[in-house]
Write a protein that binds this ligand. Structure first.
Ligand code: ADP
Ligand code: MG
Ligand code: MG
Length: 887
């Protein structure tokens, strides 16, 4: 049987490492023990272990005799250390009872202070302290807290009684209450308890103590705690510890105080103590908002222009001691600490310390500063930053000081803040943006045809669609702020107006989006630009030093490539070629090609597209000079490019000289029941080889031209999508090789290039060994691999996927974080089988998962050569890859 109770403070020295292990004594208990161990002034106490809680709950809420004996023993330890006896009517020991799980967890029982007071001991406290009012104030606080959190009497009953008493006396404030007033209140409070519960408030101090311990244990299984655990992935079998600790009093007059502090500024990371305190106050008075707390330091008070003196000024001795403790704790824990303290008649007592929560910006600054200070090493700094938190830093953010007029809220689909004029369609967005206007594209939902408008817009707002909707995925990829699924938004395209909740707006009105919160605001709200040099740059340099995998970007425009390089991309992992086809200048040639009756017709249209594609690739190779660029040949179902409206058909008919009826018939023929599993990917290349021929030619001509001009040859990696069999790849590789040979002969030069494939069908993963005979590289297309393995369409998943995640069927959205258990097996298998055939096969991942830290850790474990993520995710991927490499 493991030890159930650990004492701390009062000079105990533990050899047992369990005492300082959060798993056993909880975060609060472990740190109290740790602080006492390094000689800091911690009121003596003891901790009942988390294991005891788990056992208690399993036993159906019973305490063993052994536990009762251990607690009695530990109480004697406190009594000896303090020189007072629990329940002694003349000079009573009072304790606090505090919950404390492995991680800080709202929902657990609130702390009970001043336990051990009853009708007798309160008199003893009054005598020994020489302060009647203090004693009765403490007692009424205890009765109220204990009745509320342990006995379950509603606290508003007490608050109302106090309000009435103050009104009767004509008081405005608690401080006006005299000892006698408090005495009367205690009487009333006890009467409330009797009336509510049908029994007296417990006068037996031992009964009080066990009641509180029981309440802490029971609170582990409270609804509040369960909800919090579910939302934060905290296992239900951890249990909570209970801390019982001698009281110190911050409410013993003007030389006493209580406060909370951070050893550095948690908002900016600045190396300055930061905190709040209150004279003559107890417990949570500082955070409760009843009185306005004062600044800790003189500098902070002066900066805020506040009058009430700082602790530094009014209690210089205690403050000096506290500052020394700050430094000691930071050195000890090698991290910024969040501290709770109390001063009793000039003497400082430490009540809690833990690593403090911080903003992303502060986390970065602290990590870099602490390496400079020699407090931590680079690896620790790298591990300490949550890669996803970098997202906040890479985009403009709203100026926190700016006034906001919130219209409504949607989902925070893509981070960053943007202001601009409302535009209701993609063409208008493009037109107005070209004239230099900032615009926000507002749509019911977006589709591939809106891409140019999304590119032109500063931000995107949709009424429908979840976090993985088209708008959300594309916006994240482009780094555009996006708020999706704003259900309060309705759009009237006829009048070109919209409503958000009850506010009417029209096209051209200025709005602001905060893609990190989902807020939609009226008017222009000023923003702050991200800072990519400085601490951010330093951390990135360290990350690059420690990672093994390369990081590439998914990018298809020269602008994306430029941004990707700025963010540190080491190549393009996925250049989709279809987005280029939606461009207004090309769409009719694309449509002409698709709707052509025969190969000759297609070739005519493709000839028009060749120079355009060549130009695209030329620009991309130019931006990515010296780096590998993976270009995926045409992938989507052709119907995505078809005209929709009669007007579009008429326009196309005019341009290419084919009758509208013929065009419509041809469009009907192209209709597919399930286009995602239809005529797309390499199936297009197999049936219409001239399309891939044109694309291959465009790639090699552009590559040769850039090599000619730069001398620094790009390394094209031609990627064939949706391959399921070796034969498909064999045919298409041959086609690409033939074009390459031709172009090289024409240009009089050769270039290194590779042909490889995406692994995005389960069959491809299974057959990877054979496919690798043809493929020089594999890129795991985990978006489609997830769709095809789970049999779930990403575009239709919104309706059922969140309930699935809530019920724990999938731990996270499998389109956001790779389903490692399932889809991960196929990735592992594909990689293993590929390498078995071709030892030096290049392996990468290009799905959305390439920017997700958990998925990146998996890629490291599989031994992939690189991950590829959207440009804005490149820094996140660099950091996550370093963390994965560090293990
Ligand atoms: P939480 O987990 O909600 O922060 P704590 O157990 O830290 O709860 O208690 C809240 C506050 O109660 C502490 O910050 C401290 O001010 C006060 N407190 C707790 N124990 C004692 C004690 N032994 N003596 C004086 N004040 C205490
Ligand atoms: Mg609290
Ligand atoms: Mg606390």
């Amino acid at each position: 049987m493991n030890r159930q109770v650990y004492t701390f403070g009062g000079g105990v020295k533990h050899d047992d490492p369990r005492a300082k292990d959060k798993v056993i004594t909880g975060g609060k208990g472990a740190n109290l023990s740790e602080m006492a161990g390094i000689g800091l002034p911690v009121p003596p106490g003891f901790t009942i272990t988390t294991e005891t809680c788990v056992q208690y709950l399993a036993d159906g809420g019973d305490f063993s005799d052994a536990l009762r004996a251990d607690v009695a023993q530990a109480l004697i330890h406190i009594e000896k250390a303090v020189g007072k006896t629990f329940g002694d009517a003349a000079d009573p020991l009072l304790v606090s009872v505090r919950s404390g799980a492995r991680v800080s967890m709202p929902g657990m029982m609130d702390t009970v202070l001043n336990l051990g007071l009853n009708d007798q001991t309160v008199e003893g406290l009054a005598t020994t302290s020489g302060d009647d009012r203090f004693a009765w104030d403490s007692y009424r606080r205890f009765v109220q807290m204990y009745s509320d959190v342990v006995l379950g009497v509603e606290h508003h009953l007490f608050e109302e009684a106090l309000e009435i008493a103050k009104e009767d006396q004509g008081y405005h404030n608690d401080v006006e209450m005299s000892a006698d007033d408090w005495r009367k209140i205690v009487k009333q409070y006890k009467a409330i308890v009797s009336a509510e519960l049908g029994h007296e408030f417990p006068q037996d101090v031992t009964e009080q103590l066990w009641g509180a311990i029981k309440a802490v244990f029971d609170s582990w299984d409270s609804d509040r705690a369960k909800v919090y655990r579910r939302l934060n992935d905290i296992p239900g079998d951890w249990g909570t510890a209970v801390n019982v600790q001698a009281m110190v009093f911050g409410n013993m007059g003007d030389t006493s105080a209580t406060g909370v502090a951070f050893t550095r500024d948690p908002a900016t990371g600045e190396r300055a103590y930061y905190g709040e305190w209150l004279v003559n106050a107890q417990g949570e008075d500082v955070v409760a908002g009843i009185r306005t707390p004062q600044y800790l330091t003189k500098a902070a008070r002066e900066r805020a222009g506040a009058k009430p003196l700082s602790m530094e000024e009014s209690m210089p001795d205690a403050y000096g001691e506290l500052a020394a403790v700050f430094d000691l704790l930071e050195k000890h824990y090698r991290d910024m600490q969040d501290i709770e303290f109390t001063v009793q008649q000039g003497k400082l007592w430490m009540l809690q310390t833990r690593s403090g929560k911080r903003t992303a910006k502060a986390a970065l600054k602290m990590a870099v500063d602490m390496v400079d200070e020699g407090l931590i090493d680079e690896a620790t700094a790298i591990r300490r930053i949550d890669p996803m938190a970098l997202d906040q830093l890479l985009h403009p953010t709203l100026d926190p000081k700016a006034v906001r007029d919130i219209l409504g809220k949607g989902l925070p689909a893509s981070p960053g803040a943007a202001s601009g004029a409302i535009v209701l369609d993609a063409d208008t967005a493009e037109k107005r943006a070209e004239m230099g206007e900032s615009v926000i594209l507002v749509r019911v939902e977006t589709s591939p045809e809106d891409i140019h408008g999304m590119h032109a817009a500063k931000g995107i707002l949709t009424a429908r669609g979840g976090m993985t909707s088209h708008a959300a995925v594309v916006a994240r990829g482009m780094g555009r702020p996006c708020v999706s699924g704003a259900s309060a938004l309705s759009i009237d395209m006829k009048t070109r107006t919209l409503r958000i909740a009850n506010r009417a707006l029209k096209e051209g009105d200025i709005i602001t989006l905060d893609g990190a919160t989902g807020d939609i605001m009226f008017g222009q709200v000023s923003t702050i630009e991200p800072e990519l040099a400085g601490d951010f740059g330093t951390l990135m340099v360290w990350a690059d030093k420690h990672r093994r995998m390369k990081v590439r970007a998914n990018a298809e425009t020269p602008q994306d490539c430029k941004m990707a390089r700025q963010f540190g991309a080491e190549g393009v992992g996925l250049c989709r070629t279809e987005h280029m086809f939606f461009d207004a200048s090309r769409i009719s040639a694309v449509r002409q090609m698709i709707l052509a009756e025969d190969e000759a017709g297609r070739r005519t249209a493709l000839e028009k597209l060749l120079p355009e594609q060549r130009d695209d690739f030329h620009q991309i190779f130019w931006e990515m000079a010296g780096l590998p660029v993976t270009i995926r040949l045409l992938d989507p179902p052709l119907h995505e490019f078809l005209p929709h409206s009669d007007a579009e058909f008429a326009e196309l008919s005019d341009t290419i000289g084919i009758g509208v009826d013929t065009l419509k018939r041809r469009a009907d023929e192209l209709h597919e029941f399930n286009p995602m599993l239809g005529h797309r990917g390499c199936r297009l290349g197999i049936t219409f080889p001239e399309i891939y021929e044109m694309q291959a030619r465009a790639i090699f001509e552009a590559a040769c031209d850039v090599a000619e001009r730069l001398g620094d040859a790009p390394v094209p990696e031609v990627m064939i999508p949706l391959v399921a069999t070796k034969k498909e790849l064999q045919i298409l590789k041959k086609l690409v090789d033939e074009i390459a040979t031709k172009v090289f002969a024409e240009k009089g030069r050769t270039l290194d290039y590779m042909v490889g494939t995406m692994i995005e069908l389960p069959r491809a993963a299974l057959m990877a060994g054979e496919i690798a005979e043809e493929a020089k590289f594999f890129s795991f297309g985990t978006n489609d691999l997830t769709q095809t393995t789970l049999g779930v369409s990403r575009d239709d998943a919104a309706r059922f996927l969140s309930p699935y995640v809530e019920k724990g069927i999938y731990p996270r959205d499998p389109f956001v974080s790779l389903d490692i258990e399932g889809v991960g097996q196929l990735v592992q298998m594909g990689a293993d089988r590929g390498r078995a055939t071709r030892a030096d096969i290049k392996l990468g991942i290009c799905g959305e998962h390439g920017g997700d830290p958990a998925s990146i850790a998996f890629c490291e474990a599989v031994g992939l050569d690189y991950v590829s993520a959207s440009p804005f995710r490149v820094p996140i991927a660099r950091l996550a890859a370093a963390q994965a490499a560090l293990g």
